[in-house]
Ligand binder design. Structure first.
Ligand SMILES: Cc1ncc(COP(=O)(O)O)c(C=O)c1O
Length: 405
């Protein structure tokens, strides 16, 4: 299989539109990716043809929708090679998946017990742990970063001690693009008897993830960056880990029995899916996964990398443009500052050329502080971007730089 970007683009209706009279160049996929027809049509089809609440009906539509929802769970299982669909919990997003672990796993933590994070985390993988620091006296330890944007692995190894209860790290940084050495991280943590949660919100989009081969304990991600809809995400938990976790939210469908003076809970994954779940969204995620399965993921990754390289070549070390994050093997994210111009101003000028980028802290304030910046511009590539778009971005950025120069 090879990768035909033109054929792929044709499946994303939104990419045909113009912005400020210019063709849209969408370079904000790390924030949220656009949706292929396969996803749009699967959700529309369900609403038009077979929709009801799941797990509670005895009528045909309820059964059909339950089957579709559980098929989506099976698709997720296949995507990440979990051993069982029961290891897949649907949440409302990657953020909720991490909050679930922090809230449930965290219930058993106490003062002085430690959680290892890093300076490159998204706020979604910092703030829930701060709750435990504030409420329970848990100690947070942040692995420092090297100048090119890698985890300081010797420092990480030193952090693992008798009080460490969990390691929670991003698999791929949403600002630096760094792909962290998951296998080495997990091997080191497990050697100290410490479970590992990986925030896979970015990594799941750009490469194959095999949770069984990794032997990771928890893996969290959102659908909307993976060409699926908003409103649904995934927490993978190894069966023994999920079985050991107390419930997260309470409500319908997560119980065994409810009486006035006692309660029992359902087994995972339903124990963690209180109330009506994101049914249509899960169906959309399932469709996104099936759609991605029709592509050569290695060729997609090579294409995305070529886009990043094209931008680097086009800028050719341009004066005043400083890239944040240059780790070897990084993913297709280009974060940078421009001397003499605020990132928001650069983003606004680029927008006038139809180029959509992100500017700000990217929900990673400690990371930006580490690199001496208060904000940056971020161009992030998706599988539908073309080399011509990479050139248009370089051209527009050069013009923006001249404008402020
Ligand atoms: C690395 C990382 N973690 C977590 C999140 C949070 O994901 P969501 O907002 O979809 O819950 C994001 C989203 O930007 C991210 O990039």
């Amino acid at each position: 299989m090879t990768f035909d970007v033109g054929a792929v683009r044709a499946q994303f209706p939104i990419l045909k539109r113009q912005v400020h009279g210019k063709p849209l160049v969408y370079l904000d996929s790390a924030a949220s990716a656009q949706k292929p027809l396969a996803v749009i049509e699967a959700m529309t089809w369900a609403m038009e043809n077979s929709y009801a609440n799941v797990h509670r009906g005895l009528h045909a539509l309820a059964n059909e929708t339950t089957d579709a929802y559980e098929k989506a769970r099976e698709n997720v299982r296949g995507l990440i090679n979990a051993r069982s669909a029961e290891e897949i919990v649907f949440t409302k997003g990657g953020t909720e998946a991490i909050n679930l672990v922090a809230s449930s796993f965290g219930q058993r933590l106490g003062p002085g017990e430690e959680i290892v994070l890093s300076e490159m985390e998204h706020h979604a993988n910092i703030v829930p742990w701060h709750f435990l620091r504030e409420r329970l006296g848990v100690v947070l330890r942040f692995v420092p970063l090297t100048d090119d944007g890698r985890l300081d692995m010797p420092a990480f190894a030193e952090f693992l001690g008798p009080r460490t209860r969990l390691v929670a790290l991003s698999h791929m940084s949403n600002v630096l693009g760094t792909v962290n050495p998951a296998r080495a991280i997990i091997a080191l943590a497990h050697a100290s008897g410490v479970p590992v949660l990986l925030d896979g919100c970015q990594a799941i989009v750009h490469g194959a993830v095999d949770v069984s081969a990794l032997d990771v304990d928890f893996y969290a991600f959102s659908a909307h960056k993976l060409y699926g809809p908003t409103g649904v995400g995934v927490l993978y938990g190894r069966a023994d880990r999920l079985a050991d976790l107390p419930p997260y939210q309470g409500g319908g469908e997560m119980i065994g029995t409810v009486a006035l003076d006692h309660i029992t809970y359902a087994d995972p994954p339903h124990r963690f899916e209180a109330g009506t779940p994101p049914i249509l969204e899960a169906i959309g995620l399932g469709a996104a996964i099936e759609w991605l399965a029709g592509l050569d993921r290695a060729a997609v990754a090579a294409h995305e990398h070529a886009l990043y390289e094209r931008v680097k070549e086009g800028l050719n070390g341009a004066n005043g443009i400083h890239e944040i994050g240059t780790a070897p093997g990084k993913g297709p994210i280009f974060s940078f500052t421009v001397a003499g111009a605020h990132p928001h101003d650069i983003a606004q000028v680029l927008d006038r050329y139809g180029v959509a980028v992100r500017a700000g802290t990217h929900c990673a304030e400690p990371l930006l502080r580490r690199y001496g910046a208060s904000a940056s511009v971020r161009a992030s590539f998706g599988l539908y971007n073309t080399l011509e778009e990479a050139d248009l971005f370089v051209d527009a950025l050069t013009k923006a730089q001249t404008f402020f120069g």
